[in-house]
Design a protein around this ligand. Sequence first.
Ligand code: BTN
Length: 245
Amino acid sequence: MFDLRQFAAIAPDFYQKLHWHEQLESTNDEAHRLAEDGVEHATIVLAEHQTKGRGRRGAEWMSGSGDGLLFSVVLRPQLEQRYYGRIALAAGLGIALVLIDEFSIPARVKWPNDILISSKKCCGILVEASNDCVVLGVGLNVLNAPRGDEFIAINDVASGPVSREKILALVLAAIMGEVDRCAENFALQLNRIEAISYLSGKKITFLSGEQQHQGSVVGIGEDGSLLVRTNGRLRQFAQASDIQL
Ligand code: BTN
């Protein structure tokens, strides 16, 4: 079970804003509900287990009870709505840098919302906007990953002991810092994202709407969209799914 006393000792400021639940349908749903009640920026909802955890495009997010960190943060960002695409990337950068800097794990950010280790998914990020706020949901595989070759947990590759309490404290600090920065100087942040971007320079096929596209990834735009050269033409995609190399 997540040790709330330990977390309070290492991250007292975040603990003050933490709503912990043993079980929820989805931390994102609970965060939306709290946001409607008017909770402050950086309110956090953490659950040990979700019965209806969701990912992008209606996908299910699976995680065994206590295996990972399942949390959502209510954000009231100082950012125009057209730049909300930056938020998942900024959060992804923060989380990936914690894995790189604290655990020497070569994590990569995969546009738009995944963090990969050895090409396997260790973390998914779900950003949902409603009225004047944004809910940032994070599913991070810490102790065990869900079954399936495509997933990995930090514990599978870390060389030392892994503490969910410590990781939550570190990733929350990193996320909040990077999300603030994405409103101020996204160009600088983009350079840091590009340096650990999984897709940079790669040839990909993907779906945008119903249509399949093929092209080379050139970079990320100032609104967080993916820049792809397809048939000699540079195009911007705010949404893409089923990205394959
Ligand atoms: C994705 O990879 O498609 C995003 C997955 C996001 C999962 C997290 S788990 C905590 C939060 N609550 C949810 O219902 N979803 C997000």
